[in-house]
Design a protein around this ligand. Sequence first.
Ligand SMILES: Nc1ncnc2c1ncn2[C@@H]1O[C@H](COP(=O)(O)OP(=O)(O)OP(=O)(O)O)[C@@H](O)[C@H]1O
Ligand SMILES: [Mg+2]
Length: 375
Amino acid sequence: MAPSAASFLVLKNIRKSYGDHAIIKGLNAEIEKGELVSFIGPSGCGKSTLLRSIAGFTKLDSGQIILDGKIVNDDVPHKRGTGMVFQNYALFPHLSVESNVGYGLKILGQSKAQIRDRVEELLGLVHLPGLGKRRIDQLSGGQQQRVALARALSLNPKILLLDEPLSNLDANLRVTMRAEIKRIQKQLGLTVIFVTHDREEAMSISSRVMIMTGGLVEQLGSPTEIYDRPATEFIAGFVGHVNPLEGNVQSVNGTQGIIRVSTQLGPLEVFSNGGDFQTGEAVKLIVRPEHITICASQSPAGCTGKAPDGNGQLVGQVIDAMYTGSIVKYNVSIGESKLIVEQYNPRECGVFSDGQRISMKISRDVHILRKGEAA
Ligand SMILES: Nc1ncnc2c1ncn2[C@@H]1O[C@H](COP(=O)(O)OP(=O)(O)OP(=O)(O)O)[C@@H](O)[C@H]1O
Ligand SMILES: [Mg+2]
């Protein structure tokens, strides 16, 4: 996406090195007002470096950070209109909650009464009313997280930057706090960038997800775009399970938008989704476990496990079944190939057991990538 001055936050050709180690390598991205965008990517890909650069704690080598129409590269952090929550919260442990939350307001020279009123308002917002006099080391992890949020919001930032804010919390609290962040974001109409290692967290609360690798954006899109139409095989596997299937385009039906692909499972038909594919082209199919429906248990005589007529009908054998209540996850072998299949209606069809032969159908909705894109 080409940067334009119209977006609320524009990151334009951002570069940052440490010594001769290039960390951010000419990154471009745009974020709109009121969005909650998650940054995810492998450890060391530059997420924190980018976030700290936006906040003003790390100086760029080159490029521009344009926030609300203004280039903020040379502005000090508290003059940028950014609020940041660090992974370890960076609260002052020996100070009270109200001293922590009101810290920035005090530096700005606000009166005691102004600070008291604003701190009380912020503590109400993060659901910690009346806890102002407590010391930080007398709070739980979740409460400290709320204090860090209140402090980051104290100066009414244009954009809230959260660097793995939930990573110190246990699984249940993480789910509660991510809902809290979403509630506060909606209530204030805030623009938020949320760095996380947790893909489910990113997918569940974000308007868009930005996947970074090696200091660049690999894809920036809505959670459904990222999951259903991943730009690369890496992204497909990063955000969910994939059964990758190599193949070659056998024929293209332009009117119906259907492509017939020869694969090791036999010919399969898939939707082109506007992609311009040529006969003979090498492709990769991104088959998600839920693209495969188990039709019925059967064991037709002489079945080879190949799709007979290109409509995605397959016969395989259950290697093992993992029952989790609402879904059953199967490892299935089809000839030499192995697939992971999810069954969402175990009560209707019953649970198939190890060694049982099953019939399956692959949906035409699977995503198709060019061989070059799949790399
Ligand atoms: N102050 C620094 N001096 C030298 N190298 C640094 C510095 N800060 C970060 N790096 C290096 O820059 C690279 C990117 O680091 P960064 O913290 O941005 O990664 P990240 O994507 O946030 O990773 P994680 O998911 O583990 O938090 C890493 O190789 C890291 O070692
Ligand atoms: Mg980091």
